[in-house]
Design a protein around this ligand. Sequence first.
Ligand SMILES: Nc1nc2c(c(=O)[nH]1)N=C([C@H](O)[C@H](O)COP(=O)(O)OP(=O)(O)OP(=O)(O)O)CN2
Ligand SMILES: [Zn+2]
Length: 129
Amino acid sequence: MHLHVGGGHYELTVRDCFDAAHALPGYDGPCQYLHGHTWEVEVTIAGQHLDDVGMLYDFKDAKRDLHGVLENFDHRCLNDVPPFDEINPTAEHLARVVFYELEKTFPAHISLMEVAVWESPAAKVVYRP
Ligand SMILES: Nc1nc2c(c(=O)[nH]1)N=C([C@H](O)[C@H](O)COP(=O)(O)OP(=O)(O)OP(=O)(O)O)CN2
Ligand SMILES: [Zn+2]
């Protein structure tokens, strides 16, 4: 059972990271060549209804879901992993791809709000439909 108490909604955020190489063909600069990042990915989930324990969605389950998507990219060259064999593995494309892969795994009572990807501590992209 999911309770709707107080009329507001809840947003929950979890984060994970993975290491992967990429190259950006067509980019006018050194990033056109193969190089690596520790990619940080943060996702925000929203909903109105809490379960009997008082949780929107267990952090543990959210981390498991995110990890399940990111492990496909870990220690890979992103340019070899679909769909990045056809589109450049920029932070923008990665954020969108993670969004729709992750959304598929979610139960009906929660919504994925946004996916943020950091290529470095100083550079972040957010995808929000
Ligand atoms: N909007 C985007 N801009 C850039 C992306 C991207 O995905 N989206 N990607 C890159 C490269 O991947 C590059 O590796 C990262 O560039 P940058 O942040 O400049 O990284 P540096 O470590 O080289 O940073 P410096 O501060 O210049 O040392 C580029 N742009
Ligand atoms: Zn890069």
